[in-house]
Design a protein. Structure first.
Ligand SMILES: C[S@@+](CC[C@H](N)C(=O)[O-])C[C@H]1O[C@@H](n2cnc3c(N)ncnc32)[C@H](O)[C@@H]1O
Length: 303
């Protein structure tokens, strides 16, 4: 696994890139021995800032996220494929707009490829461990004992994101000590609801947050409302209730944003066709949607 390194700072108001040598030259501020625990005799401890950056619009960045970005000594940015190239560009744009800390080093890394053979769970676990190894190496080689590593997480780290789980792998390995701080971000769920000007829940009713794969397997009868993410199978087509409604959004917060809503039975074909055409045009798609099935009035309570 190789780390591609680019630095960033401000040069006459424009961003410039500063190349950093891996483990040499312009490295971390304070010295450390690989494998040594992060807490030193001086009481220093590395820090990982997990920063929610919003779901596609740089203006989703909260004041807290901007301040956190500028507290980082090193920012680690993943790159991979068409979709991830867009995500990496979005992260770079955020740095260009909001990073004023000229001494911050930006490191790019190629996201390891997830194994397709074997079980899904094993594949994901191995993949997380491979990313954990990158985090660990970065902490050891590029982040000084008194320095802070910033990870820019799409949306919010608590929602269908494994950054915190991966950091747990690093902690469990026990080769380096660090503290962690999480900065909440605007999620794609919020961007969807804002785009359609709707509330997520109906009064007093629960909402199931699920994946397309799970929705396609079965939609339990206990919830009448489902917020669906990570849908590569157009699971909305499996919902047969003739009175179901859908609020669908793709590329939320980005210049390509598309919003469609209506009675599912009437609009499903339009969503499928819009999805197909958009994916062909941009080479990737990220979409999410809320489906509501009619609920008995008695189920609705206050708030
Ligand atoms: C790995 S999850 C990450 C979710 C993210 N942590 C969040 O807070 O929104 C990726 C899924 O989030 C949804 N998503 C994220 N960004 C989106 C966007 N800008 N437009 C539509 N859906 C988005 C899609 O369902 C996508 O498959």
């Amino acid at each position: 696994m190789s780390l591609k390194k680019t630095g960033k700072g401000r040069d006459s108001g424009t961003v410039f890139r500063r190349l950093l040598g891996l483990g040499r030259g312009a490295g971390p501020k304070s010295g450390r021995e690989p494998g040594a625990p992060g807490r030193t005799g001086d009481g220093l401890l590395r820090k990982i800032l997990v920063i929610g950056i919003g779901a596609g619009n740089p203006e989703h960045m909260t004041v807290q996220a901007i301040n956190a970005l500028n507290r980082a000594d090193v920012l680690l940015i993943p790159t991979k494929g068409d979709e991830k190239a867009f995500l990496a560009d979005a992260r770079r744009e955020i740095c260009d707009r909001f990073l004023d800390n000229a001494s911050c080093r930006i490191l790019d890394y190629a996201v390891p490829v997830r194994r397709a053979d074997g079980s899904y769970e094993d594949g994901v676990n191995d993949w997380h461990r491979a990313i954990a190894a990158i985090y660990e190496r970065t902490l050891l080689n590029d982040v000084g004992e008194d320095e802070t590593l910033g990870l820019l997480v799409w949306g919010d780290p608590m929602l269908y994101d494994s950054t915190l789980r991966i950091i747990d792998h690093v902690r469990t390995a026990g080769r380096i000590a660090f503290e962690i701080e999480v900065i909440a971000g605007i999620t794609s769920v919020q961007a969807l609801c804002a785009g359609h000007a709707i509330t997520l829940n109906r009064i007093g009713l629960p909402v199931e947050i699920t994946t397309g794969r799970r929705l396609a397997e079965a939609w339990t009868s206990s919830t009448r409302d489902a917020l669906v993410m990570l849908d590569g199978v157009e699971a909305f087509r499996t919902v047969e209730d003739p009175d179901a409604e859908i609020w669908w959004g793709a590329y939320l917060g980005t210049p390509h944003e598309i919003l469609l809503s209506g009675r599912l039975a009437e609009i499903a074909d339009t969503i499928s066709e819009t999805r197909r055409a958009a994916r062909e045009k941009h080479g990737w798609i990220m979409d999410t949607y809320l489906i509501r099935r009619p609920a008995p009035v008695a189920e609705e309570g206050a708030a």
